[in-house]
Design a binder for this molecule. Structure first.
Ligand code: ASP
Length: 296
């Protein structure tokens, strides 16, 4: 049985070309990609492509685009064995994270990838990224997809999508997953860490959650943050969720005004989430006094 893959092109450097009048990279149509990777036709799977009407630089991504991607996957879920989403690297981790929560009971691969250099560039990383992403989406074991989750493939590694972060704008190794090891490493062979992979054991059907609320903000704490600044960002906006990027293992200033404002917004029904600014650590709120306050 031939594997069927749907390639969803949203934009990003992978398909960009320089405009004639300037040296600036802009998203281009998917034909540019297929013309530059004839190797796609050599893969042992059938690939159909669908593209955003207007491909975008991923800095323009917003929750409506996530819904658009989730809807494409939902509408074609039964028809394909796997999905590859071509996406700009700037916000790829955000989209991978969002999709991992939007696509419930996923039992097929959804692999995001892109590149640091356009596909037409002589030294491009796009070919390896795209070809291996398609291969990963096609992997089957006993007639079941090996990957049954949202992954992000870049520079020889498949990561759990919602564990990734973009770490470089000029190295080919653009992503890291500091708190979870790679799911697959691509070398001469594909080394699959089967024990790390998610398996969908639910008896419920696949379900795409598409109602998003963008009344959410991220606030990175910094030494010297003022009551006025925090108030303006929280009390005068109609927030539903606030992600606090705290210091170290989840620590914040113990200034009474800070805790008062946080308590006030929690009282107003705002969900406040404590995440750390550090790359490779987890929040432990009972470790220091400066984080214990946030627990109460
Ligand atoms: N600015 C580009 C984007 O995120 C960068 C990339 O694709 O790597 O769309």
């Amino acid at each position: 049985m031939k594997i069927h893959i749907q390639l969803i092109y949203t934009g990003g450097t992978i398909g960009m070309v320089k405009s004639a009048e300037s040296n600036i990279l802009q998203p281009f149509d998917f034909k540019n990609i297929s013309d530059n990777i004839p190797e796609l036709n050599l893969l042992d799977c059938h690939i159909d492509t669908i593209s955003f009407d207007r491909p975008i630089d991923s800095s323009d991504m917003n929750p409506n685009h996530w819904v658009e991607i989730a809807t494409i996957i939902e509408e074609h879920y039964d028809k394909y064995d796997g999905f590859v989403v071509l996406h700009g690297s700037d916000t790829m981790s955000y989209t991978a994270s969002a999709l991992s929560f939007m696509l419930e009971n996923l039992s097929k691969p959804v692999i995001l990838t892109g590149s640091q250099l356009p596909i037409g560039d002589l030294r491009t990383d796009a070919k390896e990224n795209l070809i291996t992403a398609v291969q990963l989406a096609s992997l089957q074991h006993k007639d079941e997809p090996v990957i049954q989750e949202v992954g992000l493939y870049f520079e020889y590694k498949l990561y759990r999508g919602n564990r990734t972060t973009k770490i470089s704008a000029d190295h080919f190794e653009a992503f890291a997953s500091n708190n979870f090891p790679p799911l697959v490493t691509s070398g001469v062979k594909l080394t699959v860490e089967s024990h790390l992979l998610l398996k969908n054991n639910s008896i419920d059907n696949f379900n795409a959650h598409k109602i998003m609320d963008n009344r959410v903000g991220i606030l990175k704490l910094f030494p010297g943050i003022t009551p006025n600044f925090l108030q303006t960002l929280t009390l005068s906006t109609n927030l539903k969720g606030l992600i606090l990027e705290t210091f170290g293992s989840g620590n914040a200033t113990t200034e009474p005004w800070f805790l008062d404002i946080i308590k006030t917004i929690i009282g107003q029904g705002v969900y406040v989430i404590n995440v750390t600014q550090c790359d490779g650590v987890r929040v432990t709120m009972e470790y220091y006094k400066t984080s214990q306050y946030l627990l109460s």
